[in-house]
Design a protein around this ligand. Structure first.
Ligand code: NAP
Length: 425
């Protein structure tokens, strides 16, 4: 049976007494390195039905490569995401059964891509598997298919555990900011201008369900820029951790709504990762008032990482942006549009005039190779230059057999302010 190691992370919640996980010791570098000999069959975790635990098998076919941009990695560490337990519990995002889950990992390259590539056998790579319909790319198996445009080389300064836990949140944050809010990353380590990129691509190549967001989500004149405020609700999530860092690197001012009792100390200790202003979420109406007054009623951009209800709170924060008779100082004849971006839900009602609702277009990452590649090359530069701090690793489990227990901890809300990862020996 796998064991979960809990680190001493300031501000993180320890597991409860009756938790299935054990507190063992602090440890960061235990990833095994053995020569890769790819076998026709492999170990994998299968989901056989909704609301069932994952089952380990040892005779699952090793996935095969297709095209000249795919390569095969031997799995070293899996980063666990909320979708890994939410999909089976709520029966969504499971296109076939048995299903293989898992959205991110660090692996060692076993077979490199056919075409010239920056990935060579033996290299360690961060692999981000947003393409959940392609089971060959899922993380819950010994050998995983990666594409060179959805993977990044792991720099020596980043541990495999940390590398396995940052990719999905990075991509989500970059697409929220770069496409939905139109933030140009070119001033940060020569990052991409995603909005210009998607508008130069032949529209027929953009996935149909995200085409409108890409082409008409925001006017060029309304793009978020240096000095603008960004409000984030759910500031303790890993996505928010990445959003806040990228936003501040671009010169935005961030205001983050979190459970201050849980997260204040940790958030205050690191100057690179702390938001400009932290607001407690305990009393939502009070939090809305604070966001409004702190941003001088000029808030135009807000991102929710929690759900529909808290996205509604952010909508209230944004609506204050418009002029009132009492406060003509913020009045403009035609107020600039405001933008509410949801990672996991938006208010049910239609958006009011001058507010646009945005769903983060995650599909762009794996369906538009040049965009995915631009993000991965940028991630490599950000990590190797130490510009991006990886999320806290709150626990490390060993072996596929430990995944169900670790997901149970997430179900119980015990994983807060960081990620749990699973090493594959
Ligand atoms: N559409 C996409 O492609 C995409 C991509 C990335 C993320 N997402 C979604 O965005 C959301 C955030 O993802 P993430 O990976 O950033 O999250 P995360 O790092 O796992 O953090 C989630 C936060 O949710 C809170 N939480 C955890 N368990 C909870 C519970 N039982 N009840 C209420 N709150 C709970 C915790 O806040 P406290 O610290 O206050 O406990 C935790 O910090 C998720 O819903 C995820 O599925 C979607």
């Amino acid at each position: 049976m796998g064991v979960l190691h809990y680190f001493n992370v300031v501000g993180s919640s320890p597991p409860s007494k009756d938790s299935a996980v054990q507190v063992i010791y602090q440890d960061t570098e235990k990833v095994s390195s053995r020569p890769s000999k790819v076998t026709p069959h492999q170990r994998a975790l299968l989901l056989r039905g909704p609301r069932e635990p994952y089952v380990e098998v040892s005779d699952h076919p090793t996935p095969s490569l297709d095209g000249n941009r795919e390569f095969l990695v031997r799995n070293l560490v899996i980063g666990l995401n909320p979708i890994d337990w939410k999909a089976p519990d709520f029966n969504f995002g499971i296109p076939e059964l048995p299903y293989i889950s898992g959205r991110e990992l660090v692996g060692e390259v076993a077979i490199s891509p056919k075409r010239r590539s920056r990935f060579k056998p033996g290299d360690k790579a961060i692999v981000i598997s947003t393409d959940y319909r392609d089971l060959r790319k899922a993380a819950y198996q010994e050998y995983v298919v990666a594409t060179d445009f959805n993977a990044a080389r792991l720099p020596p300064s980043v541990s495999p555990e940390a590398g396995s836990a940052l990719g999905v949140a990075f991509v989500a944050a970059a697409l929220c900011l770069g496409v939905c809010a139109g933030l140009d990353f070119s001033t940060i380590a020569d990052g991409p201008d995603l909005l210009s990129m998607v508008r130069q691509i032949d529209p027929s190549r953009l996935p149909e369900d995200v085409r409108d967001e890409c082409l008409h989500g925001i006017d060029k004149e309304s793009r978020i820029q240096k000095g603008d405020w960004l409000a984030i609700w759910g500031g303790s999530s890993t996505s928010a951790f990445m959003l806040n860092q990228i936003a501040r690197l671009a010169g935005l001012r961030t205001i983050s709504v979190v459970d201050v009792r849980k997260h204040a100390v940790k958030m205050a200790t690191n100057n690179i990762t702390r938001p400009d202003i932290v607001v407690d979420n305990h009393d939502p109406q009070r939090a809305i008032e604070i966001v409004r007054s702190a941003t001088g009623k000029r808030l135009r951009f807000a991102i929710d990482t929690v759900g529909r209800e808290t996205a509604g709170h952010l909508l209230e924060c944004l609506q204050q942006h418009y002029a009132t008779e009492d406060e003509p100082d913020v009045s403009t004849a035609t107020p600039e549009s405001a933008h509410l971006i949801g990672l996991t839900g938006l208010p049910k009602s239609s958006p009011p005039a001058n507010v646009s609702f945005h769903n983060m277009p995650i599909k762009l990452f794996h369906e538009v190779p040049e965009l995915g590649e631009a993000l991965m090359l940028w991630l490599e530069r950000l990590l190797s230059r130490g510009l991006l701090v990886p999320p806290s690793i709150l626990g490390v489990s060993e072996g596929f057999g430990a995944v169900n227990q670790a997901l149970d901890s997430m179900r119980r809300g015990e994983v807060s302010g960081g990620r749990v990862v699973v090493r594959i020996p």
